[in-house]
Design a protein around this ligand. Structure first.
Ligand code: SAJ
Length: 401
């Protein structure tokens, strides 16, 4: 450890909790803050409330060593890390209320020399115009007295603990001193390179990464619709095209889910308006894909009096239990509302669902007339290929290819 000893992490979700527990095991005195008393109690027992490989062990070790404590209110620290959600409101307008309230919550605890880092994915300008602005209004000199920087999180759910250490980090301060101070902090525990820039560029960089992925998935999704019309196997097509040394098409699917890729491009569009034509088009292509799948299934179902459909998967992507913003979930809900079939719904990563009765996937496959593949979970990849020849299939993920 270097010159920083204590850290207060605001928000104990998918980013805040892994970060807080990692810092705890690296020897920092960490207070993790969350608005939910239940989350705080769970963590103080050394347990976790989210699913992520190896996070349970890390949290247990940080809590047992006394280096990580959770609380509903912040405490004084050398560094404050804000890792709260930045969702969007209606009309895809960014909702920065969590960033605002986290910033206001730390104001009474800030001392001269402190560093405040915003890790939440944020629209361009947030670090200056929300975080630093609030601190200035509260009488702090953000050029000399306290330091404010943005360091966007870039970890992939399912690989968070690996990527937290290995990924390169981008650090952009609202002043040169803030950039340098934040960069030297990350250099204490990150193995990847720590790249220095200004706050606006750091914000835009994170939005660019997720928009790049969104645009490329939209390209694959559009191809899948064109290929379906042409009776071309899109997965064979993509694997052939990708043999070109400078082509790397991503995979089509039922749509784009999760709370990052389907959200962050809107932060660019919100500020850029008409200038963001391609980024907006990509969002629209990806958001319209679930309806295309629903229409496909409806067309297949019309060939039966009342078919049984096995819906394979609800999560937003393979091998996670996260159903938020999941296109698979949206499709199953819409099919249920249409009431054109008996649905057998399968999701091997969860035990119960508040609205759906879940069926074990082998049983569902046995009983089904139509197999609807919505997520490429590892379990589904072990299904015998002959099963897919015997049944009518709508495979949105290409696992039967
Ligand atoms: N998807 C496809 N086809 C593909 C790849 C993904 O349809 O070829 C779909 C997935 O099924 C899923 C969605 O896209 O529904 C998003 O999944 P993902 O694995 O691409 O990304 P996330 O949302 O889990 O995590 C992303 C990552 N960003 C990038 O890869 C550029 C991660 O590094 C970020 O930290 C994270 O967003 C975030 O928090 O912003």
């Amino acid at each position: 450890m270097g010159k920083f000893n204590s850290v207060c992490v605001l928000g104990l979700g998918y980013i805040g909790l892994p970060t807080a527990s990692l810092l705890g095991t690296k020897g920092y005195d960490v207070v993790g803050v969350d608005v939910s008393q239940e989350v705080v109690d769970t963590i103080n027992r050394g347990e976790i409330h989210i699913v992520e490989p190896d996070l349970d062990l890390l949290v247990k070790s940080a809590v047992n060593s006394g280096k990580l404590k959770a609380s509903t209110s912040p405490s004084p620290a050398d560094i404050f890390i804000i890792a709260v959600p930045t969702p969007f409101k209606e009309n895809h307008k960014p909702d920065l209320s969590y960033v605002e309230s986290a910033t206001r919550a730390i104001v009474p605890h800030i001392k001269t020399g402190n560093l405040i880092i915003l890790e939440s994915t944020s629209p361009v300008g947030t670090t200056d115009d929300v975080v630093a602005k609030i601190l200035k209004e509260e009488g702090f000199d953000t050029n000399n007295e306290v330091h404010v920087a943005h360091c966007p999180e870039r970890v992939l759910p399912g690989r968070i603990l690996i990527e937290l250490i290995q990924n390169d980090r981008i650090v952009g301060g609202t002043s040169q001193a803030a950039t340098e101070m934040a960069a030297s902090f990350y250099e204490e525990f990150v193995n990847g390179e720590v790249l220095r820039t200004n706050a606006k560029t750091a914000e835009m960089s994170k939005l660019t990464e997720n928009s790049f992925r969104d645009v490329n998935i939209a390209f694959a999704n559009e191809l899948s619709i064109i290929c379906d019309h042409e009776h071309i196997d899109v997965w064979e097509l993509i694997s052939l095209a990708n043999r070109h040394p400078r082509v790397d098409v991503l995979q089509p699917g039922p749509g784009v889910g999760g709370h990052c890729i389907a959200v962050d491009p809107w932060f660019i569009i919100d500020r850029a308006g008409e200038k963001a034509k391609l980024i907006r088009a990509a969002r629209e292509v990806n958001d319209s894909k679930p309806q295309w799948v629903i229409d496909k299934v409806t067309e297949k179902a019309s060939k039966f009096r009342r078919p049984v459909i096995a819906c394979l998967g609800l999560a937003f992507k393979a091998n996670v239990d996260d159903l938020r913003e999941s296109p698979a979930h949206e499709i199953v809900k819409a099919l249920q509302a249409k009431n054109i079939a008996d649905l057998l719904i399968c999701e091997p990563n969860i035990k119960t669902h508040p609205e759906f009765e879940l069926t074990e996937y082998n049983e569902a496959i046995d009983k089904a007339d139509i197999l609807l593949v919505l997520v490429d979970h590892k379990e589904f990849k072990t299904i015998k290929p002959t099963v897919f020849i015997e049944k009518m299939v709508v495979d949105t993920r290409g696992i039967t290819k």
